[in-house]
Design a protein around this ligand. Structure first.
Ligand code: DAT
Ligand code: MG
Length: 143
């Protein structure tokens, strides 16, 4: 297994529920290290750029409305097999289908307000990290 980096968002619903630390705790317990982090409020343009792949889908307008509705926390996670393991912690997109004990099963309100985002491939991770972070905002681990 290789050490990977992946990109994560704590979405507006989870920030509003005051569970940033609860979610960070799950990452840390799973051996994922937070190597960059910040809180921000997405503009319409930023949200559209980030979710460009979903433009034209029936849920797109609601997704942008939700993602710009309040602050989010974005982070880069690093660890062994980080992309797949992070996605496993999140659970399925629809919280009703998410495996018990996952973040979405425990905390998501609906398929739109689903608490968290995680990159789904190495290509998405690279693109999404670069979308939110400059190289000098990422802090390599001291081992
Ligand atoms: P994921 O976030 O699990 O990678 P995705 O990339 O397919 O899922 O979709 C991005 C987001 O768009 C998802 O987190 C919530 C929203 N979304 C996806 N499918 C939806 C649907 N059928 N109805 C409402 N919102 C949806
Ligand atoms: Mg996705």
């Amino acid at each position: 297994m290789t050490i990977e980096r992946t990109f994560s968002i704590i979405k507006p619903d989870a920030v509003a529920k005051n569970i940033i630390g609860e979610i960070y705790h799950r990452f840390e317990c799973a051996g994922l290290h937070i190597i960059a982090a910040k809180m921000l409020h997405l503009s319409q343009e930023q949200a559209a750029g980030f979710y460009a792949e979903h433009k034209g889908k029936p849920f797109y307008d609601n997704l942008l409305k939700f993602m710009t509705s309040g602050p989010i926390v974005v982070q880069v996670l690093e660890g062994q097999d980080a992309i797949r393991r992070h996605r496993e912690l999140l659970g399925s997109t629809d919280p009703e289908k998410a495996q018990a004990g996952t973040i979405r099963a425990d905390h998501a309100i609906s398929v739109t307000q689903n608490a968290v985002h995680g990159s789904d491939s190495a290509e998405s991770a690279a693109r999404e990290i670069e979308f939110f972070f400059t190289e000098d905002e990422i802090c390599p681990r001291t081992r």
